[in-house]
Design a protein around this ligand. Sequence first.
Ligand SMILES: Nc1ncnc2c1ncn2[C@@H]1O[C@H](COP(=O)(O)OP(=O)(O)OP(=O)(O)O)[C@@H](O)[C@H]1O
Length: 300
Amino acid sequence: MITVERLTKRYGAFTAVDDVSFEVRPGRVTGFLGPNGAGKSTAMRMMCGLTPPTTGTTTVFGKPFAELVNPGRRVGVLLDASAQHVGRTGREVLALSALTMGVDKRRVDEMLELVGLSPKEAGRRVRNYSLGMRQRLGIANALVGDPQMLVLDEPVNGLDPAGIRWMRSLLRDFAEAGGTVLLSSHLLLEMDAIADDLVVIGHGKIVAQGAKSELLAVAGSVASSLDDASLLAALRGAGLEAETRPSGGLSTPASPEEVGRVALAAGIVLTGLGAAENHGLEELFFDLTSEHGREEVGAA
Ligand SMILES: Nc1ncnc2c1ncn2[C@@H]1O[C@H](COP(=O)(O)OP(=O)(O)OP(=O)(O)O)[C@@H](O)[C@H]1O
């Protein structure tokens, strides 16, 4: 479990993370979603004890990250895949981590295989790695200590579609085995594909959080008929909320099945019926990322 309580980070007069609170639960993949500059990396760095908060607290397994003994055995962290030592080979990077953490060095080969880096690739220097290969190596490095928790900043950046699918199943397996996963992204669709829970941040503040299924839930139906006025009356008569849409037809929080049954009972011919797409989160996210809502660059 990761607990973030009233976390704030100010750089001079600029507030990068503003009174942020949330929890990341075991057995779930939690997506930390926000546009560029929203404050995700800053918050994650504070969670991992790399940046001191201005105010607020953050704990992993009930204590501040810095108090963990041999933290790599508890939490696998990947904050910047391009920050790895470019003069070392992939295998050397992992072998050093294994040595530092006191992990059996056989785990190095297991992790290389898990992330799909071939022995030949593992023998090449990191400077010659593509971004996708660096991400794979970064994931291997985060996993080498066999942790119960993963904190990953934009791990899907640079991966091709097959790589994204691979990452999704790796994180899913990790969570299903009881692990805790927090990963950030600035792409809603990517998060939609990977996360169980979402924490959405914009301008340093949490703007939405909860189960993805609830945040993206389909709400109600849209219907059109040969006689919308009668359909409206029939729906309301059945105790269902409904209203006419400016673009034609009706919208209602009732399910398509309920609308179909009411129309059938009232003898009204439907000409269109479907689930309304709830664009709530998409719109919220679009507003955050649109030109108007774009994050400003922080104080230097
Ligand atoms: N050391 C610093 N000094 C001043 N401002 C900073 C510093 N670090 C981050 N910021 C500012 O804080 C804001 C949040 O940055 P952060 O890197 O946390 O965003 P992010 O959500 O991770 O964005 P991205 O998706 O682009 O990585 C930005 O406006 C950034 O310029």
